[in-house]
Design a protein around this ligand. Sequence first.
Ligand SMILES: [Zn+2]
Length: 413
Amino acid sequence: MRRSIVGLLALTLATSASAQPPAGQPPAGQPPAGNRGPGGRRGTPIKPGEQCPPGTTEIRPNNCMAPEAAPPSILDYRPRSTLVTAAHLVPRAKYPAIDFHGHPQGLLGSADGVAQLVASLDSLNVRMMVAADNMSGDRLTRALAAIAASPHKDRVRVLAGIDFRNVGPGWADRAIKQLEADVAAGAVGVGEISKSFGLSIRKPDGSRLKIDDPELDPIWDACARLGLPVFIHTADPEEFFQPIDYTNERWLELSLFPERRYPQDRFPSFEQLMTERDNLFRRHPKTTFVAAHMGWHANDLPRLAKMLDAMPNVYTEVGAVLYDIGRQPRAAHDFFVKYQDRILFGKDSFQPEEYPYYWRVFETRDDYFDYYRPYHAFWKLYGIDLPDAVLRKVYFANALRITRRLPQTGWPK
Ligand SMILES: [Zn+2]
């Protein structure tokens, strides 16, 4: 399957006359490698283990052929699924959920905005949004005032931001003071610490601020002392750090959004960032960390399992990685059951119509259904059929347990 998709991509992209063909592609205008092999035999033979030539696909073992018609581009190939199977749409979560990864996009600016946000949340059975907009000082106080002024004050909580600019002598004292003030104003945790921490933020001397920089140690210790979970987004999907060729799973996304590429000459590698992140987690065992986006290991659950086993202070959150959870329903089911105390629900980008895809993956055993963002994933999703006890923990109980400042009453027993 993988090979034939790659072949299709290869041919399609090589037919664009203006672009220089990437390595391994036939020059523009030249037909793909032959449909007639030696002696008139159909197809092009390959040796065992070899890939088919660009523009062809393996039709029999070790024999490749090009399609007769010009193949569609990956944008235009939209096969209609003929699979007839039960479909269970889940517009509302089975239990009231806490969205730990909220970006309410300006709706916290006024009591009207809060009312609009809450109307959306009601329709989804999200009882509480934790706004992870890295707010601090005046901005945080204004958001908290708008929430307090609305009749929905128990529906939204806010995380405090940390300003990583100018890390040097005196920085930690200032940052801790600000954090204490933000907590006194009503912040319930820290975050979302953005991916720029690690990828691009610099110290005054111009060097990259490393995630495990010891000058930051006092702030992480302060988070432990104040009982604040630290919600942190590190790096991005590993494919964003890889060359953009036709084997890259995120080719389309990286081509649509070039700013998501992290070429090695300008950015630290994925592994470098993961190493620094894990050093941070390990060095502060009393601080609770929540690794956003399943730490970008949702495509490598054994790695995430190892991390959770080794570091009991680490939790994880599912925002924006549904495409990886839903493509491995059996492994993901087992992972969620085993680590049911360590996983929090979060959505990231606030698009109310997208939440039901999460509910469907978590709550049903549906087969082969569409994901909401086709450029993320060239595959379908499957339900992972979580037991009720696990759903309750992932939807709200874990977030309540690690965030003692969240309203603790009124949740299902
Ligand atoms: Zn986020």
